[in-house]
Design a protein around this ligand. Structure first.
Ligand code: UD1
Ligand code: PEP
Length: 419
């Protein structure tokens, strides 16, 4: 078993560079399967979700080679194997194999996805989209079977704003005959990234980044070269860690516009932030105001940073409220943080954080990716040593987290112990 050990209490100082976005990478890799040729993805993050995808693609007959931070995917000899179990359950974004394989072959068998356990995570809107494009959807032995004699563009209104459904429908629609219109689409930057790739492959896409996206399909897509956008959630995690330790950190390779909901909330607390074209400078203080946060689809405050913010808010003066409007049970970090001396209670979808508490090191477990990030932030703030287990969750989504924090002055190391 591996453990992350943190001796807290040291302010972070220095510079850190953000990696490519996890939630883009895991959509762009399956998108590359839509063309029977080679796509090169630059700025790929070295994270477990990407590694699992590479393994899945190799099993399906694609040639995959990782060199100099680039992933070369040659999908010419891709075979339409059922992808029913095993690796697909290790990550959430394996659901994009449905849209990609349906688009490429008109048929797909894909197991139900895994990913962070945040309460119910239905995929009914993905299925609604595939059906509108002409696919028949059936469930068999825990897998979903999709089949369409021909994919034909359609008008699809999403009942729920969903990142996954928007991208999955875009993938299948990129190879459909005619135009698809997605209404009430998600507006996340990762959706624009996918649209940029699909456009370079030969689809015509308008409106990505707004709530109406138009996709004119092309059955002759071809490979291309694409550079992945910076990870706004990793950037936000460093911003929170810098503020939480009262440090001073310059964060490079980010898009400040993507950080606006996070920047606004940190400024409201009293954190000083300077912005440049591709960098932010965070200057933490010794005391912060309490704030209220409500997570919403982009451009609202991201649910993926709700948990790390909870750790920071234990330092604020007064009571803060954090409501997660996307996931009803994204609070598994709370009990662990209470073991470290935090005073937080969960009331329905809201965490009530009593500020002004000093945290102390404890043995805690990361139950999901951002719970892990929250515990790392808590560990950096705490006195004494914090031991974090459940690192497989953190490794799904953060590239070299402890190396990056160590370079900022954190006392953090990984221990391997026999199980
Ligand atoms: C791999 C990836 O990109 N993961 C991100 C993606 O997850 P994911 O794509 O799973 O999240 P969605 O945007 O689809 O989910 C948003 C909300 O819609 C609901 N919903 C979603 C689909 C559906 O068919 N029916 C339905 O009811 C979900 O339960 C949730 O409450 O967006 C989330 C919201 O920003 C982020 O937390 C995840 O990091
Ligand atoms: C919830 C997340 O990931 P996933 O959707 O891959 O489980 C996340 O990145 O915070």
């Amino acid at each position: 078993m591996e453990k992350l050990m943190i001796r807290g209490g040291r302010p972070l100082f220095g510079e850190v560079t953000v990696s490519g976005a996890k939630n883009s990478a895991v959509a762009l890799i399956p998108a590359a399967l839509l063309a029977p040729s080679t796509t090169v993805l630059e700025n790929l993050p070295h994270i477990r979700d990407v590694e699992i995808y590479e393994e899945i693609l190799k099993e399906m007959g694609a040639e995959v080679e990782s060199r100099d931070g680039e992933l070369h995917i040659d999908a010419a000899d891709l075979t339409n194997l059922p992808i029913a179990d095993g690796k697909v359950q290790q990550l959430r974004a394996s659901y994009y194999l449905m849209g990609a394989m349906l688009g490429r072959f008109g048929e797909a068998t894909v197991g139900l996805p895994g990913g962070c356990n945040l309460g119910p995570r239905p995929i009914d809107q993905h299925m609604k989209g595939f059906e509108a494009l002409g696919a028949e959807v059936s469930h068999k032995d825990g897998a979903i079977y999709l089949s369409a004699p021909e994919l034909v563009g359609a008008r699809i209104y999403l009942d729920v704003v969903s990142v996954g459904a928007t991208i999955n429908i875009m993938l299948a629609a990129a190879r459909a005959r005619g135009q698809t219109v997605i209404e009430n689409a998600a507006k996340e930057p990762e959706i624009i990234d996918v649209a940029t790739l699909l456009t370079a492959m030969g689809a015509r896409i308008k409106g990505a980044g707004t709530d109406v996206i138009r996709i004119l399909g092309n059955q002759q897509l071809s490979g291309c070269r694409h550079s992945i956008i910076p990870d706004r959630i990793e950037a936000g995690t460093h911003m929170v860690a810098a503020a939480a330790t009262g440090g001073e950190v310059t964060i490079h390779h980010l898009i400040p516009k993507h950080m606006e909901p996070v920047t606004a909330k940190l400024r409201e607390m009293g954190v000083s932030i300077d912005e440049w074209d591709e960098s932010l400078h965070i200057r933490g203080g010794s005391s912060y105001q309490s704030i209220d946060i409500k997570t919403l689809p982009y451009p609202g405050f991201p649910t993926d940073l709700q948990q790390p913010f909870t750790a920071l808010l234990t330092r604020a003066e007064g009571t803060s409220l954090i409501t997660d409007n996307l996931y009803s049970s994204r609070f598994k970090h709370v009990d662990e943080m209470c073991r470290m001396g935090a005073d937080i209670r969960v009331e329905g979808r809201t965490a009530v954080v009593e500020g002004g508490r000093s945290l102390r090191g404890a043995e805690v477990q990361a139950s999901d990716l951002r719970a892990g990030a929250a515990l790392v932030v808590a560990g950096l703030m705490a006195t004494e040593v914090t031991e974090i287990t459940g690192l497989e969750h953190i490794d799904r989504g953060y590239e070299k987290l402890e190396e990056k924090l160590k370079a900022l002055g954190a006392e953090i190391w990984r221990l391997s112990e026999p199980d």
